[in-house]
Structures are given as structure tokens and as C-alpha cells.
Design a protein around this ligand. Sequence first.
Ligand code: NAP
Length: 246
Amino acid sequence: MIFNQKVSIVTGASQGIGEAIAHELGLAGSTVVLVDIQKEKLEEVAGRFAAEGIKSLPLVADVTNGQQVEEAVESVKKDLGRIDHLINNAGITRDSLLLRMKEEDWDLVLAVNLKGAFNFCRSVVKHMVAARSGRIVSISSVVGLMGNFGQANYAASKAGLIGFSKSLAREVAARGITVNCVAPGYIATAMTEKLSDEVKKAFLDNIPMKRFGLPEEIAKTVKFLCSDEAAYITGQVISVNGGLYM
Ligand code: NAP
């Protein structure tokens, strides 16, 4: 298995794309640290993984809280001895037109989607620098590349992740650490399930492949970026969007 003995941290791992990423890395041999805010959901996922022989460690932490993140990362280092992969996946939406957007909805989306990645990277990178190896993948969005009606906060957070990742990639490239983004298009998860049928149809009309993506399709891209085959890829944004944005 390609990730035997490796340790991967995945945030927002109790459902959707995060769960699929953790599953994929776990099947490849990694011990996956499942980070999320609801303990019961995390334990349920860890139970299902165990039944498949996947080693995992559920860890409750709010990505917006730098102190909780630091403590979580230090506990992983102490208990598992190493951190090979960090996947910044936790993300939320609070959509509205800018004219009606509440300041708290701007702040919360930026806090989870962008500051969450900052918090985790800052706590993890020192261990990766010491090990002179590591892989960081952050889940951006097609919306961070093209913008979207009613999603100024979300688009700003996802575009911010790209600038953040490119900057960090430059800072740590010489230490054997790669930093990349994956930008999914519309993926069939709880986040997109909330959309009305009318909005879903409008999206599908614009997707050349005429279907939503699967969480597993994002997970396999993340797995590739974490593999030895991707050792010379850093500071990149890999779009997985069925042709929605080219
Ligand atoms: P999802 O089903 O809503 O899952 C997101 C997970 O993040 C949830 O388990 C959520 O927990 C957790 N989370 C929220 N706030 C958190 C916090 N402060 N600390 C720790 N965990 C937190 O979303 P998804 O569709 O799988 O999306 C995953 C990522 O892909 C997100 O970054 C999203 O922006 C991005 N993305 C998704 C799509 C798509 O079409 N689905 C497209 C492009 C990009 P709770 O449920 O308890 O809040």
C-alpha cells in the first residue's frame, strides 16, 4: 500500500468530500486523523472505517480555533509520531447577495474556509519542515476561480486559499513539502443537496459532462497529490469540474 506507515490529517472528515478523502487515503494504508466538530458523527465514520480495516483517529476540533488546532496537532504528533499529509477540507457556505450579506456571515465563512487552513498549516508545517517532507492539499472551489452570484464570501475564501497555498508553497518547497489546491466543480454532497431543483438544473446545463462530480473523484485527485508520483507538483490548482470552468 502506497501510504503504509503514513499519517494523514483530514479536516471536515465526518461527511461528504472530507470523508471520501479520508477513506481513500486510509485504503491506501495511511492512518487517518478525522477532524470535525461533532464527536458522534466522527465516531460513526471511524467505526465504519474500522470495519474495512482502515486505521483512524477521530479528533474533535473547530478549525477556526487556533488553540484547539494546535492542541490537536500536538496530540497527533505525540500519539502517532508523524504527520505526512494535511488536507484542509472543512468548509461552509452562508450565501446571500452582497447587498444583504450580514457581517457575521462574511466573518464565519472566512474563518472556517480560510483561517481554518491557516491555523492547521501553521501548526503542522513546523513538523513537516523538521521531517523535510510533507504534502498539503487544500480544497478550494471552482467558485474561487470564476466567482458566483450570491457567494461573494465563499468565493473570496476559496480564492484566498489559492493565494495562501501558492505563498506557502514557495516558503516550504526547498524543505521537500508540496502545497497544492484542488478546485472541485459541483460535487454531489450535503452541501449541493441543499440547492433547489431549478438551481441544480441550471448548473447541469453549464457542465459539459452533464453530471455532478462524485466525492470519490475529488478524493482520488487528493491521493495523487499526496503520492510520490506528484513530488514535483507544487503551488498548483487542480480543477476537477467536468469542464464547468476551463
Ligand atoms: P459538507 O458535506 O458540508 O462537509 C463539510 C464538513 O466540514 C462537515 O462535516 C462540517 O461539519 C465540517 N465543518 C464545518 N465547520 C467546521 C469547523 N469549524 N471545524 C471543523 N469542521 C467543520 O461539505 P462538502 O460538500 O463535503 O465540501 C467539502 C469541501 O469541499 C468544502 O471546503 C467545500 O467548500 C468544498 N467544495 C465542495 C463542493 C461541492 O460541490 N460539494 C464544490 C467545491 C468545493 P458540520 O456538518 O457538523 O457542520
